[in-house]
Design a protein around this ligand. Structure first.
Ligand code: PMP
Length: 455
């Protein structure tokens, strides 16, 4: 596959593209994968090779890569009214229809939706909303944001500060005022002999201590993913949200559920907040909202935060914030159709029906001598690779073990994601039982080949 000058797509990529969140040594060695199209849960590269995408793109392409109905919704809207903003009180009719739909789907009796182009922008916007509310309430010092170790909330300056990963030190982040509470990962962080119940109690106690130490009057809010996703698929310890909820209520600290991954069915419920009974004050949505067919993010405010923000905006005479392309008619039409497909065409039902089988095949990896912990909930799974199972120690970083597994899988026609020491699976909601078998068979072959190679 080369152009008139004899340059391959790979050479053109090397010459012109800068890839984010890409392992540079591995890219240098193996080159990029350049795709042309998709069919169902498969994507195809420029050489015609087919890959089963076990990660739904980036958790979002849940209806497959060529869903006719969603493509039709996009093209029909493009012909009708492709682009408009939502500043100055103007907005496209489909965007209003989508907002009504989202409030109806949300756990809130009433509320309001604010649109962005991405999950990062939605979290960032939520921070600004909290800051404005507090300033207008006469509590300008209430600005600190709590997230948790291993959280992922995005890549803007504020959301990188919220994303408690060591790589953000490359940018000199986090900014002051972004606090990182404990990660409720029992297997990794429990003390010797500590029960899961005692661990959860300690998580809640530590959160209370953090709030007391910092001063409750300085905390604007806490953000939490129902299941930490990009941190390595970390479901909360048993009873975690029930334990921290009263602590936050005691200090009047709103809880924002970052549902960018869990929202719209990943756990077999509409929201991760439903699955874990979180009772959030606001929801951050993105990804599956358009099944990966259009960039969109949304802040969904519950009743109290809506009232608080509107009071602040009335005092300021506006909400001085907005993204040119957010809430576009194209994205809204796509989202309306995608939500229909997810809710009414059996996608959530499929996740629910196949979750036991997905987890059964996932947990079989637990028998592998180098699978430290196998974690799964709904259609989210991770296999954490360890050198020594008992001591939970990692392989030498130089071995790049999870990248090696992902690269070997790629050779075999399977896309799975290396995340730290874990290999992550998040299949599209349309996957069938037979396709799950293919996915896990390929991954088992991959593990066998990689561990045979490294001895
Ligand atoms: N929050 C969570 C929980 C996410 O997983 C992500 C993206 N993986 C984001 C926010 C950021 O979304 P985006 O990449 O659309 O900015």
């Amino acid at each position: 596959m080369a152009d008139a000058k004899g340059n391959s797509w790979e050479e053109k990529d090397r010459a012109n593209v800068l890839h984010g969140f890409t392992d540079f040594p591995s890219l240098k060695e193996n080159g990029p994968v350049i795709l042309t199209h998709g069919e169902g849960i498969y994507v195809f590269d420029v050489h015609g090779k087919r890959y089963l995408d076990a990660n739904s793109g980036l958790w979002n392409n849940v209806a497959g890569f060529n869903h006719k109905g969603i493509i039709e919704a996009l093209t029909a809207q493009a012909e009708r009214f492709p682009g408009y903003h939502s500043f100055f009180g103007r907005i496209a009719d489909v965007t209003v229809a989508l907002s009504e739909r989202l409030i109806g789907l949300s756990p809130f009796d009433s509320g309001k939706v604010y649109y962005t182009n991405s999950g990062s922008e939605a979290n960032d916007t939520m921070v600004k909303m909290l800051w404005m509310i507090n300033r207008r309430k006469g509590q300008p010092e209430r600005r600190k944001i709590i997230t948790r170790i291993n959280a992922y909330h995005g890549v803007t300056i504020a959301t990188s500060s919220m994303t408690a990963k060591p790589y953000n030190s490359e940018f000199g982040l986090p900014l002051p005022g972004f606090l990182h509470a404990d990660c409720p990962h029992y297997w990794r962080f429990a003390l010797e002999g500590e029960t899961e119940e005692a661990f959860t109690e300690r998580m809640a106690r530590n959160l209370k201590d953090l709030i007391e130490r910092e001063g409750p009057e300085t905390i604007a809010g806490m953000f939490a993913e129902p299941v930490q996703g990009a941190g390595g698929v970390i479901p909360p310890s048993k009873g975690y949200f029930a334990a921290i909820r009263p602590v936050l209520r005691e200090y009047d600290i709103p809880l924002v559920a970052d549902e960018v991954i869990c929202g719209f069915g990943r756990l077999g419920e509409m929201w991760g907040s439903d699955y874990y009974d979180i009772e959030p004050d606001a929801i951050i949505a993105s990804k599956c909202i358009t099944a990966g067919y259009y960039p969109m993010g949304a802040v969904i405010l519950g009743e109290e935060l809506t009232a608080a923000l509107e009071t602040a905006c009335e005092a300021a005479e506006e909400f001085p914030h907005g993204f040119t392309a957010a809430g576009s008619p194209l994205g809204s039409a796509v989202a309306l159709k995608a939500l229909d497909v997810i809710e009414n065409d059996g996608l959530i039902d499929n996740v629910r029906a196949l979750t036991p089988y997905f987890l059964e095949r996932l947990y079989r990896f637990g028998e592998h001598p180098h699978a430290g912990e196998v974690r799964g909930v709904g259609f989210m799974g991770a296999i954490e690779i360890v050198a020594d199972k008992k001591r939970k120690t990692s392989f030498d970083g130089k071995l790049r073990i999870s990248e090696r597994i992902a690269n070997k899988a790629l050779e075999k026609g399977l896309i799975c994601r290396p995340l730290g020491a874990s290999v992550v699976l998040a299949p599209p909601f349309i996957i069938t039982r037979e396709e799950l078998d293919t996915m896990f068979d390929l991954l088992e072959e991959t593990f066998a080949a990689v561990f045979a190679e490294i001895g």
